[in-house]
Ligand binder design. Structure first.
Ligand code: TYD
Length: 215
């Protein structure tokens, strides 16, 4: 989806714009990294600049996605590859049903997680192989991939302490979260779409950094 779609209407009344091309932006990070708060603040900032914004989350965002979310996060146990494929399946549905139509109508899309989560959690932390997980997901997405990916990098122990009710994957413990973090840091070194941000910065500061990159 690189390049996005032209939206001639997203100039604000003050004449300030966020650029004429809508974009697909992903927020990523370990459990408890603060993505949801930053996504909401980013939405507000983009709207102040006249953009229409569609918010999505993974797993979820469609009826199928929300049903699969329950299976993924509430099951007592799940085979590792079943986990991978369920994440990928809900993601393909979301891409075609929600993300692509939004971009085609000139809207920005801000996503709380994308397939970069699968690369870090399933590929790296579960040890299933980052290349295989990337390839399975990119096959299902068929080009509907984020333009920019921002990882909120936080200390895993501190982030876990912020969680009051961890789900099945969030409850895997601090070593697992440390491996997830390594997965994201590797992506920051190897994938030009990925920016690693210091998650201990204020929300405003983080949104400033994101806007500098996407605006
Ligand atoms: P999320 O609802 O974002 O939880 P949190 O806000 O606590 O980070 O994500 C749910 C869990 O699913 C989280 O532990 C990360 C995990 N996950 C994967 O393991 N792979 C994936 O592809 C995705 C999207 C999420």
């Amino acid at each position: 989806m690189s390049g996005g779609y032209v939206n001639p209407e997203n100039a604000s009344s003050t004449g300030v714009t966020v650029g004429f091309v809508s974009k697909y932006i992903a927020l990523e990070g370990g459990d408890g990294s603060g993505k949801s708060t930053v996504s909401a603040a980013l939405r507000t900032r983009l709207e102040e600049f006249g953009a229409s914004v569609v918010m999505v989350r993974e797993p979820g965002g469609t009826p199928l996605g929300e049903a699969v979310r329950g299976l993924l996060l509430d099951s007592e146990r799940l085979d590792d590859w079943a986990e991978v494929l369920l994440f990928a399946a809900q993601r393909a549905e979301l891409a075609r049903e929600v993300v692509l139509p939004a971009l085609q109508s000139g809207k920005w899309v801000v996503s709380d997680r994308t397939y970069y989560s699968s690369i870090a959690y399933q590929g790296k932390a579960r040890g299933l192989g980052v290349d295989r997980i990337r390839s399975i997901n990119e096959t299902g997405l068929d080009g509907v991939t984020p333009d920019h990916v921002f990882v909120l990098d936080v200390d895993p122990a501190r982030a876990l302490a912020r969680q009051d009710r961890p789900d099945r994957i969030g409850g895997e413990g601090v070593e697992f979260q440390a491996a997830v973090r390594e997965g994201y840091l590797d992506l920051g070194r190897t994938d030009s779409k990925v920016s690693i941000l210091d998650g201990s910065l204020s929300v405003d500061h983080l949104v400033d950094r994101i806007m500098e990159t996407v605006g």
